[in-house]
Design a protein around this ligand. Structure first.
Ligand SMILES: NC(=O)c1ccc[n+]([C@@H]2O[C@H](COP(=O)([O-])OP(=O)(O)OC[C@H]3O[C@@H](n4cnc5c(N)ncnc54)[C@H](O)[C@@H]3O)[C@@H](O)[C@H]2O)c1
Length: 388
């Protein structure tokens, strides 16, 4: 992941005090909320004048939601003073150590924009794309600064779903991945670094697998769209909000994950073969699902429905953040200084050291039982000023 003729490398130790966010649609505004709440200055650029003129109000209204839920440490005015909306791309990029592109999902638009950003941005700045589906090799190949281009794909919205997939192209430098990961940790996001590019990345491949089966079940008359949503919302979703699918396999079967694979593997393999043939989302099925969904959620109220969803996720995520992953490996205790009378690390349960979620993920498994009991509440990320 190196480039022979690169002008400068992103510095993984650099604290990005100013980031540029390009595009002020739903995702750009959400990044601006996240970065500003975490104490980072934001220059938000948007090409469309109407969208640009309402961008600050959008950021403010989301910050106010967070504040109203007791999730913002500072006053909204103090946070929003870190956000500046710029008319030109050049103004947004000036002095920014990190750029988060959030424009429309169109490879040609992104390709042209990355060429422009590579020309205008500080040579050591990271150029990250929020794209949900387009690999960096499709929009940054051939650029002189392609080594600093990378996908940083958030969950929607990133100030609530605290993960981002970092997807390097073969030409992306390790320093770029390290710098993007460090910034994500700083603002309270757990970076999930994919080892190589793949269409749909991991998040949307998983989401796509579930949707493929969901459409098939509705198409075949097995279940109604409303009941399918309920099944995921109140069943799989609730469980997945505390443990992932592999941990579920481990805990759902006496004998653990291996036994689970023995018992259920052949059945899931048969289902996989049955679905392996082409199972597109047929227009008829999409129409049927859309009609049923719209009878409950009229499209005219889309913006309000999104806000309501976000309010619910804010409430839920603040609860979940209170106990983090109950089964996460804990950080290794810090070595005690030679002259210290006793240990002062998290494992003694008295004074846990602050740690980012990813530090939990990467910590050695053998510490899990000792420190998992040690004050889970305090082991939430303290890097962001969002109280979540
Ligand atoms: N919506 C999601 O659930 C989601 C989740 C994760 C990632 N993403 C990705 O984030 C990106 C943005 O998605 P969105 O939902 O915010 O889209 P959106 O359509 O709401 O917003 C895109 C904005 O970019 C602006 N824009 C277009 N070209 C521009 C340019 N050259 N310079 C400045 N501004 C420009 C548009 O005017 C628009 O306001 C996409 O790549 C999308 O795939 C979306």
């Amino acid at each position: 992941m190196t480039s022979p003729s690169r002008p400068a490398s992103p510095d993984p130790t650099v604290d990005a005090d100013t980031v540029a966010v390009i595009g002020a649609g739903g995702i750009g505004v959400a990044w601006a909320v996240l970065f500003s709440a975490a104490g980072v200055g934001v220059r938000l650029h948007e090409a469309n004048e109407t969208v640009r003129s309402r961008a600050i109000a959008e950021v403010r209204s989301k910050l106010a939601e967070l504040s109203g839920a007791g999730l913002l440490e500072e006053e909204v005015d103090a946070v929003i003073s870190r956000v500046a909306v710029t008319e030109t791309l050049e103004e947004a990029l000036a002095g920014a150590a990190f750029v988060q592109e959030c424009v429309v999902e169109d490879v040609d638009v992104k390709h042209a924009l990355f060429a422009e950003m590579d020309r205008l941005a500080d040579p050591a700045a990271v150029l990250a794309s929020s794209t949900s589906t387009i690999m960096a090799s499709r929009f940054a190949d051939g650029l002189p600064g392609r080594h600093r281009c990378v996908v940083v794909h958030p969950g929607n919205p990133p100030y609530i779903l605290r993960i981002a997939e970092i997807v390097p192209a073969a030409f992306t430098s390790e320093e770029t991945v390290a710098a993007a990961s460090a910034l994500m940790r700083r603002v309270g996001i757990t970076p999930i670094v994919l080892h190589h590019e793949i269409e749909g990345f991991a998040f949307n491949r998983l989401q796509g697998a579930l949707l493929r089966e969901a459409y098939c079940l509705v198409r075949d008359g097995v279940v109604s769209p409303a009941d399918l949503d309920t099944l995921v919302r109140e069943g799989l979703g609730l469980r997945w909000s505390v443990i992932g699918p592999f941990t579920t396999s481990e805990l759902n079967t006496r004998g653990g994950l291996r036994r689970h694979a023995e018992v259920l593997g052949p059945i899931y393999a048969r289902i996989g073969v049955e679905r392996a043939t082409e199972n597109p989302w047929s227009p008829e099925t999409v129409e049927r699902v859309a009609t049923e969904i719209e009878s409950r959620l009229p499209h005219a109220a889309w913006e309000e429905n999104v806000r309501e969803r976000d309010r619910a996720m804010i409430r839920l995520s603040s609860l979940l953040r209170g106990f983090a992953n109950p089964l996460a490996p804990a950080p290794a205790p810090a070595p005690a200084p030679a002259d210290a009378p006793g240990r002062d690390g998290a494992a003694d349960g008295t004074k846990p050291s602050p740690a980012t979620p990813s530090e939990h993920r990467e910590a050695p498994a053998h510490d899990a039982r000792t420190a998992a009991g040690a004050s889970r509440t305090e082991r939430v990320s303290s890097v962001s000023s969002l109280r979540m």
